[in-house]
Design a protein around this ligand. Structure first.
Ligand code: IFM
Length: 775
């Protein structure tokens, strides 16, 4: 496939677009998106094009457009857009000729730069646009535009301000709100979400100067229109003259944690004061402070260094870490990560199991303070989980498949893509029956407690979730008279190409694990910490629950390997027909099976969307033998289309575990290209958050060989041939560890004060300062 993206061998920090084509707008907008976890914006161009998706999102600000829709992150009025007219001719790269084009995202600094020369008739100008979302001041973003006149004298007209005519693909989530001008300079707009009633304060200010004489000769006028407030500037540029425009903008909302209780008028004043200061200091200062914050908070924390000729691998790590921090609301535990981060309207900003299984491990192992916020979000979601369980006739906490504001409960939409046979929308069953999310949440919380040893979180929040989810599972089990066992019927497992299945192996095993975990915890806490335990028992009916868990747990049906060693994905998967999947597996687009079959037909085939049984083998590797892993890999991988971006990273890790390093590395290459790669349409709806978490996991869990198993740290690295060395770090029980791996062996250095234990190749090591192990 044609591509406009370029990755330079000598620079593992930059994503570069080398040609501009309006049919590929979505790719650059999403993969080059800017943000800081509080807000995220797609990297649309200043000038507008048909086909663009101009999105600005503020984490957590969900709104419901009407009763028939679910909540979504509203698309905030645009403050990036600018119209530039030269002698009345609008800047438009599809007209005239452009040369020396590049758009570069510097992952290290978080700055986006676009530059080119544009010639159209008499117009001949060189333009450079710079932009950054401050990583230091989370409400603020800034732009700088340099216009150099390479031709004859030209009049430049600039129209720039706040444009509230944006929607989420047609759904308008905002009231128009007041508009105002302060000190003849600061433009402000105060729209409010229609249902959740969150007031937004949007502010922007411009600085326009010729390189020498500030403001000289610039004419300016303020204008307002429906949902719009903007300035219009006119400036004549002599030959070789350069004009600099800087624009500083900010967003505040009435749910901002640090300003809770303040009125929109209070926020308006706060925003004004901040913008005054920022404007005085200028774009460069802001960009510098932002880059310094990126360095301090992200790049200097457990850096990953790969010694390899394949610079793309190192770039992929930087790309993944960059986006993981852009998308994560580290400032507020009432919010979580969307499946598309803050980079697109896809999945409406909702949180899925993607967080616990794919993104959370990165934070748990390297930024525990951020991970704590993410797991606390689930604790705050207990109210929504109780609501969902009650609505479904169950007890305890049943977590929603898609989550937005923590208390809201289930937010999965009911209808989705067209069914090619009936022409009607397909029902999305995940919100009703994709129930493994509840044990996935428990898994994430247990891993967080094991890795961080954060006892305070465990006692105040974590244990409660573990018990409450076990209460749900016990109530969810169904007794089968015929089989004399507890079963879990009518679910969707991780493989979403199989709906309404009974006894999905992943669901049954993880539900069993969740209950078993609650039993052991109950026994341990009651015995060793009776006073604290009593407090928990006041909140939850733990003694009755314990009796029920004990009577039920041993009778839960856990699908076991058959004579051929294959764990049945569900009761009927192995009996379904097999078809030749070569064509779909080789297709550069995902989901092409649905060009020929509808979901009902796919349900009847042995074809999987993503890892299911294999994911179980990865997450709970202690429960299965290596031989079982190998046999199930051989059976399921060929039947898996990797149509979900959650699939490849799990397969790459498992392949590495199985000693298939070359195969694993091939899968790694495919996985890192889900967003970065040549498929120019793959990221239109937003980046694939889980796959980015997967890039970190493939590196640290796959090749670094790190695992947290039954509460113990295991390190068994194995590098791909193409990597001479790998260096990374993790935090284990609050002790920072550095791990350096070569093809010959590895060294673990403890930079903390306390010794820790780890297991490598069946041997337990006590690590005080440094241990070297050769293969
Ligand atoms: O959570 C995933 C799911 O496993 C596959 N479909 C997309 C969802 C969001 O990423």
């Amino acid at each position: 496939m044609e591509t406009a993206m370029q990755y330079l061998k000598e620079d593992p920090w930059k994503i570069t677009e080398k040609t501009f084509d309006t049919k590929w707008l979505g790719k650059a907008e999403a993969i080059m998106c800017l943000g800081n976890g509080y807000l995220g914006m797609r990297s649309v161009t200043e000038e507008k094009y048909v086909g663009e998706t101009r999105n600005l999102f503020v984490a957590g600000t969900f709104n419901k457009f009407d009763e028939n829709e679910v909540t979504e992150l509203p698309n905030v009025p645009d403050m990036i857009g600018m119209e530039l007219l030269f002698d009345g001719e609008r800047l438009d790269l599809s007209k005239g000729k452009y040369s020396n084009y590049s758009r570069v995202l510097n992952l290290r600094t978080g700055e986006l730069t676009r530059s080119f020369q544009w010639k159209h008739g008499q117009i001949n100008v060189e333009l450079t646009f710079k932009r950054c979302v401050s990583f230091a001041q989370k409400h603020v973003f800034a732009q700088q535009v340099l216009v150099e006149n390479l031709g004859k004298e030209v009049t430049l007209e600039i129209i720039s301000g706040i444009d509230g005519q944006k929607t989420n693909s047609g759904s308008q989530h905002f009231t128009e709100g007041d508009k105002s001008l302060t000190e003849n300079r600061f433009l402000q707009m105060m729209p409010k979400t229609t249902q959740s009633k969150i007031a937004f304060v949007l502010s922007t200010v411009h600085n326009l100067e010729k390189t020498e004489d500030c403001y000289d000769g610039t004419k300016k006028r303020i204008e307002m229109g429906r949902r719009k407030i903007y300035n219009r500037y006119w400036q004549t540029l002599a030959p070789n003259e350069t004009l600099k425009l800087e624009k500083f903008s900010s967003v505040y909302t009435t749910i901002d944690k640090e300003h809770l209780g303040k009125t929109p008028q209070d926020l308006k004043k706060i925003a004004l004061e901040e913008l005054k200061e920022i404007r005085k200091n200028g774009y460069q200062e802001l960009a510098k402070a932002s880059a310094a914050a990126w360095d301090k908070e992200v790049w200097s924390v457990f850096p990953i260094k790969i010694k390899t000729e394949n610079t793309l691998d190192q770039l992929a790590i930087h790309f993944a870490k960059y986006h993981l921090h852009v998308m994560t609301p580290a400032h507020d535990e009432r919010m979580n990560i969307g499946a598309k981060g803050l980079s697109g309207e896809g999945y409406k900003g909702h949180t899925f199991w993607d967080t616990e299984i794919f993104m959370l491990p990165y934070f748990t192992f390297t930024h525990p303070e951020i991970a704590k916020k993410l797991v606390t979000y689930r604790y705050l979601g207990l109210a929504g989980a109780h609501k969902k369980a009650t609505e479904n006739g169950y007890q305890g906490a049943q977590f929603p498949w898609e989550a937005a504001w923590p208390e809201d409960g289930e937010t999965t939409p009911v209808w989705g893509a067209a069914d090619i046979l009936t022409g009607l929308p397909t029902k999305i069953w995940s919100g009703f029956i994709e129930q493994h999310i509840t044990s996935d949440v428990t898994y994430g919380i247990k891993q967080f407690i094991d890795v961080t040893n954060d006892q305070q979180f465990a006692w105040e929040k974590g244990y409660e979730v573990i018990f409450d989810t076990a209460i749900f599972w016990a109530s969810r089990l169904e007794w089968s008279e015929e089989n004399q066992r507890f079963e879990i019927l009518d679910v969707v497992g991780p493989d979403e190409y199989k709906e309404h299945v009974d006894n999905n192996a992943f669901t049954n095993h993880t539900a069993h694990w969740n209950i078993q975990l609650a039993i052991s915890l109950y026994e341990e806490l009651k015995k060793n910490q009776p006073e604290q335990f009593a407090k928990l028992a006041e909140k939850l009916p733990l003694n009755e629950a314990y009796q029920e868990w004990q009577t039920k747990v041993a009778a839960i049906y856990l699908p076991q390997p058959n004579e051929a060693g294959i764990i049945p994905q569900d009761d009927t998967y192995l009996t379904k027909k097999e078809i030749d999947l070569t064509k779909y597996k080789n297709d550069s687009q995902v989901g092409t099976l649905f060009h020929e079959y509808n979901l009902e037909q796919v349900n009847e085939m042995q074809v999987s969307k993503q890892a299911d049984v294999l994911l179980l083998l990865f997450l709970f590797e202690n429960l299965f033998s290596k031989e079982e892993k190998r046999l199930n890999w051989d059976y399921y991988e060929p039947k898996t289309l990797h149509d979900s971006s959650l699939s490849l990273s799990t397969h790459a890790i498992l392949a590495a575990d199985l000693g298939e390093i070359a195969l694993s590395y091939d899968l790694f290459q495919q996985a890192i290209n889900i967003d970065m790669g040549e498929n120019m349409l793959s990221s239109n709806e937003g980046i694939h958050a889980a796959s980015l978490g997967g890039i970190w996991q493939m590196t640290v869990f796959g090749y670094g060989g790190v695992r947290c198993l039954d509460g113990q740290l295991r390190i068994e690295p194995h590098l791909p041939k193409a990597w001479e060395a790998l260096e990374f770090g993790i935090m284990w029980h609050q002790q920072p560890l550095k791990i350096e791996v070569t093809q010959e062996g590895f060294t673990v250095t403890n930079h903390g004060e306390q010794a820790i234990e780890f297991i490598a190749f069946d041997k337990v090591y006590l690590l005080e300062e440094q241990i070297k192990i050769t293969f």
